[in-house]
Design a protein around this ligand. Structure first.
Ligand code: RUG
Length: 837
């Protein structure tokens, strides 16, 4: 009985010698143990990489301990749980983040030191886990950190791609993509759960059978694949809570295809089985469109099906009645990618649990919430014929959901067919599609935008019709980033400085406390230390730049950075045109004027989706311009241009703290939120930006005077586009700003070489061709003015430092802790569940 169980537990506990200890000696012992028995190297001879592996396993042991305790505690207390479904997580490196969140960074550093290693060097050995494209995926990672830190009973679910986001190689200025087989050297941060597997089915037919006197639909699948769980512990900061990110990998089903084997087609049947593994092989490298690809749909369903089987199993272990599901389970759709979950839960409840349709639908509508991350109106769609073959039962369910929705709508709005067509989940036409966003909105109790501006656009444009129907569903959850990763891990100098002047480290859990920095705004010592921290970070970045590109840069120059995915709407081209203009100005200056110029290092980095030709041309142009300018001895240190290859999370951790100025140039109304702006803000870097996405809210916090704002506002953008289009004849050359025309002509006429190659790039901003959809022409003047204002401010270092301090002091609102708390309270309705020590 119970006594026996307790006695057994106590004996096991005494055998285990209590919890693992975190003093430097115990850590050293554990590191050496792992060198010898996990890495299988001699403890008398191991290198930095092996030291990393051994330390990672040492930390992992501690993570597992807390992770077990957290799960036992959750199991015992049975709180309502959040399941965060996302097809992408950009976790980056784990070592530094883990030791900081576990509170053992000094002890680990000392342990390594005594063994003759340096923590920073050892940590550098780790590769990035890049299971995502960009903003959305890194946001998921930040939010997992906040969920753990704030003690929420949450799990993340995603896919364990074997090839993460491609590695960007630059050859002769052109982007090439190399596969990122990130698991080559093993991954100590995951735990393979060979016993946690689920069958995921595809294809086949649907049949109707009689069951207990009632007609019932039965799906007879044609292919079965196995999903295996890989668990990734996510430690909170300042808490024992360590939550789980469960990623699924595809394996061939363990069931034999007996017929194929028996007919002697052994080789082919093994090859076919092996094909199953391809489902989770590779991440799609485009963050904007995945339309109509069968493998992508397979990935989505594979992930959805495995996650929901796991979630339902856990629910059924603890509860007996599905009526309790909404009180115990919150399912969050991170963008439309996991929206098939809706059809899958309906299928499970109706076909497998035999609940009536209406009861199942009632439950489903209470458990889902949805966040959209895009400004694009024409969202994700799945072709009906693809669904019909891959998931025939789900298609039927989607049709039924839509039929009921349309019937309900007709009662509400009458037979207004054009409105009905807009709202329908099924898009009619030559190619019939399922509109994933419409599905998610109809079924979710909450539809979240990722900034105020984004929500406004959702309400007034993208989902205007839906907003009219369900105004209460639409909410704003402005994005945030975790200060643990973006200050504590990446900028230790700033961390120490902030803690010293605030007299506390409490801001690491409560970012609002950063506002206390304003109290020292005029303190000369504080200014001095602040500038020193930036200088050290700039040195680090300068060394990296030299190592990567061979370009030597001056630390006195303003480090001006634009790092993000390459997209026309993000307007890296505007930046490059600005650089060319600056170069022209310098060339025309006399010696005296040149002496007054603020030297600049213009740093650009980012990946272009492999099939996105114009984005790839932007990268090439950046290199061509850099080559010209950097080799012009007449210009010297006054202007340098650097492209940082293979921009990823760990590169960001180096670049962001070293930046003086950062550029966020999206044409207003195109960036749903942006999170890079928040990371730079937290690192005391001034922003040069348009009033787009979350920048509008940054302005609310720090005031217009503390950043360099430019460009058309959202309400002006549409007018300018209309005006431009009404000029049916190509715009008169006289109407194109002179500076812009000159820069464009230089590129078009081959001043930077590759005249033919850049032709189509130039045409994107030319009238009569691409028509300058993103309004570079009309924003160029105000962009140059903002740049001039930045130069002017930089000359006055006192003013600049004040602006920098005010940026960090105003960044508290952009912590993902604030976002997550808001989601927890108003959307998911979950409570903290803190595991006791
Ligand atoms: O482009 C958006 C960013 O504006 C946003 O900050 C980020 C996180 O919400 O998500 C990005 N995003 C959007 N990434 N993928 C998509 C496609 O839906």
């Amino acid at each position: 009985g119970l006594g026996e169980h307790r006695a057994k537990a106590e004996r096991m506990y005494s055998l285990m010698d209590g919890f693992l200890k975190n003093d430097p000696i115990s850590l050293q012992k554990d590191i050496l143990h792992h060198v010898e028995y996990t890495v299988a190297r001699s403890r008398f001879s191991f290198d930095d990489f092996e030291a990393y592996q051994a330390l990672a396993h040492t930390v992992r042991d501690r993570l597992i301990e807390r992770w077990h305790d957290t799960h036992i505690y959750f199991k015992r207390t049975k709180p309502k749980r959040l399941y965060f479904l996302s097809l992408e997580f950009l976790m980056g490196r784990s070592l530094s983040n883990s030791v900081i969140n576990l509170g053992i960074e000094d002890q680990c550093a000392e342990a390594l030191n005594q063994l003759g290693f340096e923590f920073e060097v050892v940590a550098e050995q780790e590769g990035d886990a890049a299971l995502g494209n960009g903003g959305l995926a890194r946001l998921s990672a930040c939010q997992m950190d906040s969920l753990a830190t704030l003690d929420y009973p949450a799990w993340g679910y995603g896919l364990r791609y074997e090839y993460g986001l491609f590695r960007q190689i630059i050859v002769d200025g052109f982007q090439h993509e190399k596969p990122d087989y990130w698991l080559n050297f093993g991954n100590p941060w995951e735990i393979e759960r060979i016993h946690v597997t689920y069958e995921v089915k595809f294809y086949g037919t649907v049949e109707e059978v009689e069951m207990n006197g009632e007609k019932q639909k039965v799906w007879i699948p044609g292919e079965t694949v196995e999903a295996v769980a890989y668990d990734n512990p996510i430690p909170g900061y300042g808490t024992r809570n360590t939550i789980n990110l469960r990623l699924w990998a595809a394996k061939p089903s363990s069931k034999f295809d007996l017929e194929a084997y028996n007919t002697g087609d052994y080789i082919n049947s093994v090859v076919n089985r092996q094909k199953a593994e391809t489902i989770s092989n590779v991440l799609y490298p485009d963050d904007r469109s995945h339309q109509g690809k069968e493998l992508r749909l397979k990935q989505q369903y594979f992930f959805v099906s495995a996650s929901l089987q796991d979630i339902m199993r856990r629910f059924k272990e603890e509860h007996t009645n599905f009526d309790e599901l909404p009180e115990k389970v919150a399912l969050h759709l991170n963008d439309t990618h996991p929206s098939l979950s809706i059809a899958e839960v309906m299928r499970m409840l109706v076909d497998e649990e035999h609940l009536g349709w209406h009861k199942a639908w009632d439950i489903v509508c209470k458990i889902f919430s949805f966040t959209t991350h895009t400004m694009v109106t024409d969202g994700e769609k799945i072709p009906v014929d693809l669904l019909e073959s891959l998931l025939p039962r789900h298609l039927e369910i989607l049709y039924e959901i839509n039929f009921n929705f349309m019937e309900e709508l007709k009662k509400r709005i009458g037979l207004d067919y054009s409105r009905l067509a807009l709202l329908s989940i099924v898009e009619e036409g030559a190619m019939k599609n399922i509109r994933m966003a419409n599905l998610a909105i109809v079924c979710s109790h909450t539809v979240n935008g990722v900034s105020k501006l984004h929500l406004e656009k959702l309400k007034t444009k993208t989902f205007k019709e839906f907003y009219g129907l369900y105004p209460e569903k639409f909410q704003c959850k402005t994005n945030g980033v975790t200060q643990r990763r973006w200050i504590v891990v990446s900028n230790p100098g700033l961390r120490d400085l902030i803690s010293k002047w605030l007299g506390t480290e409490a801001w690491i859990r409560d970012a609002d406390l950063l506002s206390g920095l304003r109290d020292h705004l005029d303190n000369a010592d504080f200014h001095l230390e602040w500038k020193m921290v930036k200088k050290v970070n700039k040195m680090r970045l300068a060394e990296y730049i030299e190592a990567m590109s061979g370009v030597k840069v001056s630390l006195d120059a303003m480090f001006d950075v634009q790092v993000k995915r390459i997209h026309e709407y993000k307007r890296q081209l505007l930046n490059i045109f600005g650089i060319i203009h600056r170069y022209n100005c310098l060339k025309n200056m006399d010696k005296d004027s040149r002496r007054k110029v603020v030297p600049r290092v213009c740093i650009i980095g980012g990946k272009a989706a492999p099939g996105y030709e114009i984005a790839k041309k932007i990268i090439k142009l950046c290199h061509a311009v850099a080559e010209k300018i950097n080799n012009d001895t007449d210009i010297g240190d006054l202007l340098k241009v650097v492209f940082i290859p293979d921009y990823n999370v760990s590169v960001a951790e180096l670049v962001i703290p070293g930046a003086d100025l950062s550029q966020h140039l999206s044409t207003a109304g195109n960036e749903a939120s942006g999170t890079g702006n928040m990371k730079f803000l937290m690192n005391g870097c001034l922003l040069l930006a348009t009033a787009d996405g979350s920048t509008v809210e940054i302005i609310e916090e720090i005031g217009e005077d503390n950043l360099f704002l430019f460009g058309a506002k959202v309400h002006e953008v549409e007018k300018r586009r209309q005006k431009r289009l009404s000029n049916l004849a190509p715009l008169q050359p006289a109407k194109i700003p002179l500076h812009f025309a000159r820069v464009l002509r230089m590129v078009r006429d081959g001043y930077f070489g590759h005249k033919d190659y850049f032709k189509s790039l130039c045409e994107t901003v030319e009238f009569g061709f691409g028509n300058d959809y993103y309004l570079l022409t009309s924003d160029f003047g105000s962009y140059l003015e903002a740049q001039a204002a930045a130069d002017k401010a930089f000359v006055n270092q006192d003013k600049w430092t004040r602006m920098s301090i005010l940026s960090v002091a105003g960044s508290g609102r952009f912590s993902s802790d604030r976002t997550i708390q808001d989601y927890a309270e108003s959307t998911w309705k979950i409570n903290p569940c803190r595991c006791p020590l």
